[in-house]
Design a protein around this ligand. Sequence first.
Ligand SMILES: [Fe+2]
Ligand SMILES: [Zn+2]
Length: 375
Amino acid sequence: MRRILLAEPEKGGLAATWSDGTTSFWPAIWLRDQCACPVCRHPNGQRLFEIGDLPEHPQIGRVTLQGGSVEVVWQGEEHTSVYPPDFLYDSNLKTRQTPPIKLWGADLAALPEADWSQLERDPFEELAWLVSYHLHGFGLLRNVPARPGMVAEVGDRLGFVRTTNYGRLFDVVSEPDPNNLANTALGLGVHSDNPYRDPTPGVQLLHCLISDAPGGDSILVDGFAAAEQLREWAPEQFDLLTRVPATFRFADKDTDLQARTPLISVDTEGRICAIHFNNRSFAGIEGPVDVVESWYEAYRNFAQTLKQPERELVFRLAPGDLLVMQNERALHGRTAFDPNLGRRHLQGCYVDKDGLESRMRLLRRHIAKARQAAQ
Ligand SMILES: [Fe+2]
Ligand SMILES: [Zn+2]
């Protein structure tokens, strides 16, 4: 149990000492903005004021501990705010949490997997699988009934299926006159799907319905791990791939989709947050002429890094297996197969990343509530 032992105004904010001896500090403007009183927030939690309604420099007056919570009376306003210790702890600006991730390669000891019927029944199973999926950027579901359309049902349970020009779901089978190389029997190098969309699909689901053709094994590569390696080996090349956008395009008789994005995206703190890599739909770059050659060098290097055998997880999907991949991290491909000696039929769909994050938080909340009720 985390308790606050002492809370007092400090220059420009509030300082607190926790029962474990650590200290925290929150700037006054941040605290004032977080006030959760009925004047500041609707019962649904949404904020009722705008930033311009707050004093520019809120002044903390009296601070007291009330049943473990910190009560702040604001000077110059008739306003009192109460901050529960858990809220203060979770939103401690110094220990702000970023979702942990685990980089992997071919030697990943065990696939993050779960049995579908167990996951459907047991919120703990579902939460454990979602946590593992978020760590690794992909997860496998076993024994999902191998019937057409099931992939979209799973997509709607985990998030919200996004309809595209390929429909609500799409078939991956070998076709005589395909508009996409996915629908041939050719091997495919690892890639992210549809970087020609804005936004790029966040999550792809692929469900195996039939797999009795020789070949057609699945390949997965951790794009974040490969990009980290490039950053270590050739920082200037890494940098170039984060700064110069590439254009991706898909066109057929009904569509002309184009989007511009760097091959490697980093967030405001420099952490890798997305990879867009797809040689089939790469259209070109529009950077200044003098960077083109070095950009291509970096592109080639990154492609080789992605191809290292020690990065490749290779496994065979059996009917009923359903792969859920963060499309901008876990790059996927396949080996060639022989359509004359058997059939291979997958169905896929796209959902947004935030749907699965929401699902994970919701399960955490339900489980915490159930625990409290049981106590
Ligand atoms: Fe694909
Ligand atoms: Zn308030």
